[in-house]
Design a protein around this ligand. Structure first.
Ligand code: ASP
Ligand code: MG
Length: 403
């Protein structure tokens, strides 16, 4: 008998009615004679509520207790699912990560799964049981609860699929797959049937909120195929798998955009070795993620301007760190919160010349100004004014024949 791992996200278990639906889905796999392992997130909104509670008590809430608190939402969801399955006459029970255990390494709130002890779960599935495992949580070597970062149930599912050598891993969510671009922004968005890990990783990192990016990385490293599909409607989903070439003759697979991005410009910094490092060191020490970076060529050989992007949430901290940085001098510090990063992604661009030009030309025709550019082998990102995103996506979608 083959093992299938079924992951349910927050909206899939977001209400009592949804949990009944999820139990039904689980039983269909059981009827197809699969050995089923279920991994569940907390009911939608639950984790956010817990965060709000912690903030009311302290804005520096103890990190170990924070993880105990946040991981509790998954316990509730798993008990509800297992209880419903038992009501329907199935053998099932909930498993907290520490009962298995699922061992994690790394800091609280950003731990990674290192080991999963299989014995108890294997015994339970072999006896016909359906284990309902808490996603998002683990236990560390100090025997304390940990969590895997927001959206971490995806990583739990992928790692469970890995350790149990699952035949299939299905990520049930509220969308019926991965789209060429966000269907809320563009009516011509199309569902992608098959996508490579690398493309999915870029899509997830660049604003397609379907999966937690680290989970896609885990899947890629361990070569775990998975399918993203809806628990709301019965439709085939998107298969994410290892594939070197583009699955179709499409050059670009998807287009993403981000919000909450800010641009910082430090004008008139000294043009000499070590200055960029002095600027970015304190940011990195404070876990501020710098994304796109450009430095102008200095005209007089003395001074230059440096522009970079960060998450808007980090703007106050960044401002303070730069002002207090004794190692640098500059003329002016400026910010822009109204910027968005628009990216085109596709493994097809490795072998097709001229993609950069086509992207820039298409934007130029609509008089959209590009502020910063960054590229990798399979993506091109441009920073533009947020007000142009709605216009940019359809143009690029059409330009690269995704319509
Ligand atoms: N409940 C957690 C969160 O909201 C984990 C997850 O949804 O996967 O981030
Ligand atoms: Mg989630």
């Amino acid at each position: 008998m083959k093992i299938v791992v079924l992951k349910f996200g927050g909206t899939s278990v977001g209400s009592i009615e949804r949990i009944k639906k999820v139990a039904k889905i689980i039983t269909t796999y059981k009827k197809k004679r699969f050995k089923v392992i279920v991994v569940s997130s907390a009911m939608s909104g639950a984790t956010n509520d817990l965060i709000k509670k912690s903030l009311k008590l302290s804005n520096n809430f103890d990190s170990a207790e924070y993880d105990v608190l946040l991981s509790s939402g998954e316990q509730v969801a798993c008990a509800l699912i297992a209880g419903r399955l038992k009501h329907l006459g199935y053998k099932s029970r909930s498993w907290m990560s520490w009962q298995i255990p699922i061992i994690t390494l790394g800091p609280y709130s950003a731990s990674r799964i290192d080991q999963i002890q299989k014995k108890k779960i294997v015994k339970f599935i072999n006896s016909g049981g359906i284990p309902i495992i808490t996603g998002f949580q683990g236990v560390n070597l100090d025997n304390r609860l940990t969590t895997l970062g927001r959206g971490g149930t995806d990583a739990s599912a992928i790692m469970i699929a890995k350790f149990f050598k699952a035949h299939q891993c299905i990520i049930y969510t509220d969308v019926d797959g991965v789209y060429t671009t966000d269907p809320r922004f563009h009516k011509n968005a199309k569902k992608i049937n098959k996508i490579s890990y690398d493309e999915m990783l870029e899509m997830a990192s660049l604003g397609a909120k379907v999966m937690q990016p680290t989970s896609v990385q885990d899947a890629k490293l361990n070569n775990i195929n998975f399918t993203v599909r809806s628990s709301f409607v019965k439709k085939s989903g998107t298969l994410v798998t290892n594939y070197k070439r583009s699955f179709s003759n499409q050059i670009i697979t998807g287009i993403t955009s981000t919000q909450n991005e800010s641009k910082v410009t430090i004008a008139g910094v000294k043009d000499k070795p070590g200055v960029a490092a002095s600027i970015f060191k304190p940011l990195s020490l404070n876990n501020i993620n710098v994304d796109m970076v450009v430095q102008n060529i200095s005209l007089n050989g003395k001074e230059t301007d440096l522009t970079f992007t960060i998450k808007t949430d980090d703007i106050k901290k960044t401002q303070k760190l730069i002002r207090n940085n004794k190692k640098i001098s500059y003329r002016k510090l400026s910010y822009d919160n109204n910027v968005s990063k628009v990216s085109i992604i596709g493994v097809g661009m490795i072998t097709t010349p001229g993609i950069t030009y086509r992207m820039f030309q298409a934007l130029a025709k609509k008089r959209i100004n590009i502020m910063v550019i960054s590229t990798s082998e399979i993506k091109i990102s441009v920073l533009i004014s947020s007000k142009h995103v709605k216009k940019a996506i359809p143009i690029l979608h059409k330009e690269f024949k995704l319509d």
